[in-house]
Design a protein around this ligand. Structure first.
Ligand code: PHE
Length: 351
């Protein structure tokens, strides 16, 4: 009996290392421990062992069984590990650089916004912010925009249902509590919020998202981005406005770009202008006058609505579309590219 058990154990020990797959393992295990297996047969032989030898032989049988089962466990673990490894493919070295060539990067609008803001920061402007959900007072009334101005029409402005509760957007003006909420149509509302929160002199730029009921096409989007600017100080004139904006244009489009101020109209500036640029190096737009922003001298009515003395304070303001600047800068012909998340477009802007 002892020899039989020893022989079975030796057979297991020599064979088990060469077993590589689960079916092989199961087949081999059946020849040892299955109903017709060798170990099973040996255990059945216990009944023929003389009574006095039974304890010792029984112990030996149990020990052998335990050892064999330990070999099974090891072999199974090894086979499973090999199965997992073959599913994972070749071993990986996590310290190697990624084979993916797209490293990720900032969205072209983010890059452009940062460029614009940086230029103004270097000449003394700080960054201000305001909410995207506004009241009519901040978006229109305080900016000297009369109640019947077409921009306030539901055609252009997205209003929010009157019963909607909107976080902590601060209200202002005589009908504050009954005022409608809307999605701001321009960042000029931040002029008002800043002038109420701070005292002059002021120099701020306010980048942010704006909303209009525009039909989407190559140059219109119902939501886009603007950069607002406001300077309030003593003795500010159109010369200061022109100097700062010329500096800005030369920083972003290059020194050879020409600029011009063309008379225009905004309710909150007087006089008002459109700034146009012309350059020989703007691809399809070369040598044409292109409108890039609205601007003007802060209207005394605006100072009145924030409680500034318009005899003492003067100022200029400007507002430009971030998409428009990015399109001119990069020769992009359709505003929708910015919002479609097409990697073929976006990866061109990865530095
Ligand atoms: N708010 C104007 C617009 O959205 C732009 C502007 C800003 C014009 C500041 C003058 C001064 O078109």
């Amino acid at each position: 009996m002892k020899e039989t058990l020893q022989a079975i154990l030796s057979e297991v020990e020599s064979a088990i290392g060469g077993i590589a797959t689960r079916p092989e393992f199961e087949a081999f295990k059946a020849t040892i421990s299955g109903p017709n297996g060798k170990l099973t047969a040996a255990m059945k032989g216990m009944k023929d062992v003389p009574k006095e030898d039974k304890p010792a032989v029984g112990k030996l049988v149990n020990e052998t069984k335990t050892q064999i089962e330990a070999h099974y466990t090891d072999a199974l673990a090894r086979i499973e590990a090999a199965e997992v490894a073959s599913r994972l493919g070749p071993p990986i070295d996590p310290s190697l650089p990624s084979p993916d060539t797209l490293q990720g990067g900032l969205h072209p609008l983010t890059q452009t916004r940062r460029k614009l803001v940086d230029i103004f920061r270097r000449v003394g402007f700080t960054v201000a912010e305001g909410p995207e959900v506004e009241t009519e007072w901040f978006c229109f009334d305080a900016l000297n925009t009369p109640a019947d101005h077409p921009a306030r029409d539901a055609q252009d402005t997205l209003f929010i249902k009157p019963e909607t509760k909107v976080g902590n957007v601060s209200r202002h003006g005589k009908d504050a509590e009954s005022e409608a909420y809307l999605l701001r149509t321009h960042t000029s509302s931040v002029q008002i919020r800043t002038m109420l929160a701070e005292q002059p002199p002021l120099r701020i730029v306010a980048p942010g998202r704006v909303f209009r009921r525009d039909t989407v096409d190559a140059t219109h989007s119902a939501n886009f981005h603007q950069l607002e600017g406001l300077c309030v100080d003593k003795g500010v004139s159109v010369v200061d406005l022109k100097a700062v904006l010329d500096h800005f244009v030369h920083e972003i489009f290059g020194d050879s770009v020409e600029t011009r101020l063309r008379p225009s109209f905004f309710p909150f500036t007087e006089p008002s202008f459109e700034m146009d640029i012309r350059s020989a190096n703007l691809g399809k737009l070369s040598n044409k006058w292109i409108e890039i922003m609205g601007c003007g001298m802060v209207d005394p009515e605006v100072f009145k609505s924030v409680g500034y003395d318009s005899e003492e304070w003067t100022g200029y303001a400007f507002g430009m579309g971030v998409e428009r600047i990015a399109m001119i800068l990069h020769g992009i012909d359709d505003i929708r590219h910015f919002y479609q998340n097409d990697l073929r477009f976006l990866r061109q802007f990865v530095a």
